[in-house]
Design a protein around this ligand. Structure first.
Ligand SMILES: [Ca+2]
Ligand SMILES: [Ca+2]
Ligand SMILES: [Ca+2]
Ligand SMILES: [Ca+2]
Length: 321
């Protein structure tokens, strides 16, 4: 397989819609890989402001058969940017995505650690994604837009450094028997963030259906108002979540946790000055169907709302560090 960096013009409107003047950069091939083809790892830089752009770590098309993506290092700072760590379309059959390091920013963007979709017995790579975006917003998918069949997500590390954005540890939609990886998502709003920022953190997906399984994820709150789901906002059919940890430290703002389920192993980790006697630093109350946890101490300050929590909250729900 030739390694080349050239400038195709993607024609599939599914990947370019709304991005005028789209230019693309790919690491390995303008098309698909099949059989046992292996993409290489490259260092790829995308377009710069004020242009729009799309970067494919390996191929503009799909990975099929037993092909595999390379471990790429991708950077870019464009007005509107789309990044696929491995494939612009699908990863299917027994193919797998590489372990990519993606560091991009701009006004708005969509970043996929592996591909647009994963199906068959595809496996996502373990990607490290840093997204620095302004108020235009960014969507970060640790693995893919959609995961179905028996696809398995990688263990991704996502740093969301944005005023508006959504980060999904695995995909926007997981169906079939898709399995989420064990992802770490950290919200770190820019120091100059305006009031009204909207950050949504999903350990696995926005919607899980069929027999999809969520991973054991770690969601780290930032200074703003974070909306957090350890698994998914919508759980349908026989979908099940994992054991997720929600982490709060410093001045973490006013956050909402929508799917706190201690029966699945979910925990709240709060940084306190005196873990042996936290009662001076942590108080909680019930308000309607919510539990509100107030944290006020030398180590951490903020409020956590456990939305629609029927659980009888106690200090045993807390991992005090
Ligand atoms: Ca590559
Ligand atoms: Ca990848
Ligand atoms: Ca993942
Ligand atoms: Ca999860």
């Amino acid at each position: 397989m030739k390694n080349k960096n050239s400038i195709p013009t993607p024609t599939d409107p599914a990947f370019g819609g709304g991005y005028a003047g789209l230019k693309g950069v790919y690491g390995d091939f303008d098309g698909n890989l099949t059989g046992k083809m292996m993409a290489a790892g490259q260092t790829l830089s995308g377009p710069t402001q004020p242009f729009d752009g799309v970067i494919y770590g390996d191929v503009t098309g799909s990975l099929f058969g037993r092909s595999s993506g390379g471990n790429d290092t991708i950077s870019g700072q464009a007005r509107a940017i789309i990044v696929y760590g491995d494939a612009g379309k699908a990863i299917g059959d027994h193919a797998r995505g590489g372990d990519d390091t993606i560091t991009v920013g701009g006004s708005s963007g969509s970043i996929y650690g592996d591909a647009q979709s994963m199906l068959g017995q595809a496996r996502g790579g373990n990607d490290v994604i840093t997204a620095k975006f302004g108020f235009g917003g960014v969507f970060v998918y640790g693995d893919a837009g959609t995961m179905t069949d028996r696809s398995v997500g990688g263990d991704d590390v996502i740093l969301l450094n944005a005023e508006r954005g959504s980060a999904y540890g695995d995909a926007k939609e997981m169906s079939g028997s898709a399995v989420g990886g064990n992802d770490t998502i950290t919200s770190m709003p820019p120091a100059n963030a305006q009031p009204g920022m909207e950050v949504f953190l999903y350990g696995d997906a926005q919607t899980m259906s069929g027999r999809a399984r969520g991973g054991n994820d770690t969601l780290v709150s930032g200074a703003g108002a974070d909306q957090m789901w350890g698994d998914a906002a919508v759980m349908l059919d026989a979908a099940r979540g994992g054991a997720d940890t929600f982490v709060f430290a410093g001045n973490f703002g006013s956050d909402r946790v929508y799917d706190y389920r201690p029966g699945e192993g979910d925990r709240l980790q709060i940084d306190v000055a005196d873990p042996s006697n936290p009662y001076g630093e942590i108080h909680w109350e019930t308000s309607g169907t919510d539990v509100i946890i107030h944290v006020s101490g030398p180590s951490s300050t903020g409020d956590i709302v456990l939305v629609n929590s029927t659980h009888a909250f106690s200090v045993s729900d807390l991992l005090l560090v």
